[in-house]
Design a protein around this ligand. Sequence first.
Ligand code: URA
Length: 209
Amino acid sequence: MGKVYVFDHPLIQHKLTFIRDKSTGTKDFRELVDEVAALMAFEITRDIPLQEVEVETPVSTAKCQTIAGKKLGVVPILRAGLGMMDGIVDLIPAAKVGHVGLYRDPDTLEAIEYYVKLPKDSHEREFIVTDPMLATGGSAVVAIESIKKRGAKNIKLMCLVAAPEGVEVVQEAHPDVDIFLAAMDEGLNEKSYIVPGLGDAGDRLYGTK
Ligand code: URA
């Protein structure tokens, strides 16, 4: 069973408060989502292996550490997942970016993939799949399936806010995937919005409401 980590770092919690606040406008919302994504990526990458290297400082030689060539990839689920991408890539510029686009079938309400593009060497990469909201879990399950089908083996799911229902659905479908959150909320309302949540993350990111 995949583990669930909720990051209680004060900076993450502080920024999440303003993200939730309905009076926060599009510009600030977008900046805050990027900042929280970067802080979460900082925590998620805590265990990546290092290798020793030697550099010449202006004074002498120093034995130092660099990241041991671990290949990372970020896969935003379109569209709201894009809002978390820049924050991660600013921190990890070598990360390659894939994309997964899904739409909801109006009759079955199932998430259907319409676009997937991943780095060619996806079987060698560790992927962070991003979506600010883990609500019913339907999109995350299909997105993770899509990238597994294309060779990805090592996948983490990073969301700002989750409903327990969605977490359970992802854990059932993908027991190998750990889930990283800034908050676990109460649940879903009748429209499948997370309560208390932060509203429609895509609309708030792109000012489309
Ligand atoms: N997607 C959103 O953007 N918000 C929710 O609360 C649930 C799904």
